[in-house]
Design a protein around this ligand. Structure first.
Ligand SMILES: Cc1cc2nc3c(=O)[nH]c(=O)nc-3n(C[C@H](O)[C@H](O)[C@H](O)COP(=O)(O)OP(=O)(O)OC[C@H]3O[C@@H](n4cnc5c(N)ncnc54)[C@H](O)[C@@H]3O)c2cc1C
Ligand code: FES
Length: 269
């Protein structure tokens, strides 16, 4: 079931430079949302900017959900000015979400930068259904951009920190951390972050015989499969084209399906 609802902003806090956490109230959307799915957010009530912005459900509560976002441009800048007590129009849930596969031996979340937003809801679902919380690799450029570490720990996850500048955890890229954790054929890796980080993570997982799911981002207009604004190149033909739509075929994809070379991100470590 999908909704378009005016949801009350319950809380809205700056959690790091240019990074905000917004909690919204909607029992309907919360009941329908699955980890990995997203919504289209109307950033202001006026006609400009016209297009809604896609955001994943970072946490799903009984009475609503939480968004975690980075101010990138005009839309997210305007969103950051909204205050508790106001309402925000939300369309969703949209997209496919992560499958929850308790039969697998090991679950490893690999997050880069604001890609972490996709994972608190997933970590909770895995901890509750698999009996064993996932391991989490939390990577960011600097210490202050490592978000949600305490939240993951409160769910029982082992959290491995990595920063590009070595200001916290290891001075290493996320994919290198994954390699060190030694994934194997019984491992499912979940990745979200910059394309280059997902590409290298997918390469490490493939080499180890592990499965890898990626949550992709793309600019979106309709969020509904109609405008083809969000297509990415895939390796296999899908409805006659080697393209997939992030909004309806994803945002979660098997990494083996994505044509990383077409995105100039097919680097190996
Ligand atoms: C399914 C999905 C879920 C997402 N979830 C989150 C989330 O939970 N938290 C979060 O912070 N962001 C998320 N994003 C990205 C977010 O939608 C964009 O950052 C936002 O739309 C930017 O809007 P803006 O008006 O601020 O920037 P704009 O002015 O539209 O753009 C500013 C800059 O960001 C680039 N940009 C815009 N949209 C995207 C995009 N989707 N992907 C990559 N680059 C983009 C533009 O090319 C431009 O350089 C998600 C995107 C998708 C597709
Ligand atoms: S955003 Fe229109 S098809 Fe995906």
């Amino acid at each position: 079931m999908r909704y378009i609802q005016d949801c009350e902003i319950v809380a809205h806090d700056l959690v790091a430079p240019k990074h905000w956490r917004m909690r919204l109230r909607s029992e309907d959307i919360a009941r329908a949302a699955q980890p990995g799915q997203f919504c289209m957010v109307e950033v202001v009530e006026t006609l400009y900017p016209f297009l809604r912005r896609p955001m994943c459900f970072s946490e799903i509560h009984d009475d609503g959900f939480t968004l975690l976002y980075k101010v990138e441009g005009e839309g997210t800048q305007l969103l950051s000015q909204r205050v508790p007590g106001q309402t925000c129009s939300i369309q969703g849930p949209l997209g496919n979400g992560f499958p929850i596969a308790p039969e697998l031996e090991r679950h490893v979340i690999v997050s880069g930068g604001i890609g972490v937003a996709a994972f608190p809801a997933l970590a909770r679902a895995l901890a509750e259904t698999c009996g064993r919380p996932p391991e989490v690799i939390l990577a960011a450029r600097t210490r202050e951009l490592l978000l949600c570490a305490d939240l993951f720990r409160s769910l029982g996850c082992t959290v491995h920190l990595a920063t590009d500048d070595g200001s916290a955890g290891e001075k290493a890229y996320a994919a290198r951390m994954l390699e060190r954790l030694g994934p194997g054929p019984g491992t499912l890796v979940y990745a979200c972050g910059p394309m280059i980080m997902m590409s290298t993570t997918a390469a490490v997982a493939a080499r180890a015989g592990a499965s890898c799911l990626v949550s992709l981002e793309a600019q979106m207009a309709c969020g509904d499969g109609a405008c083809l604004g969000c297509v990415v190149e895939s390796k296999v033909e899908h409805e006659g084209e080697k393209m997939v739509r992030v909004c309806v075929d994803g945002p979660v994809f098997d990494a083996a399906l994505i044509d990383w070379e077409a995105h100039n991100t097919a680097y190996d470590l």
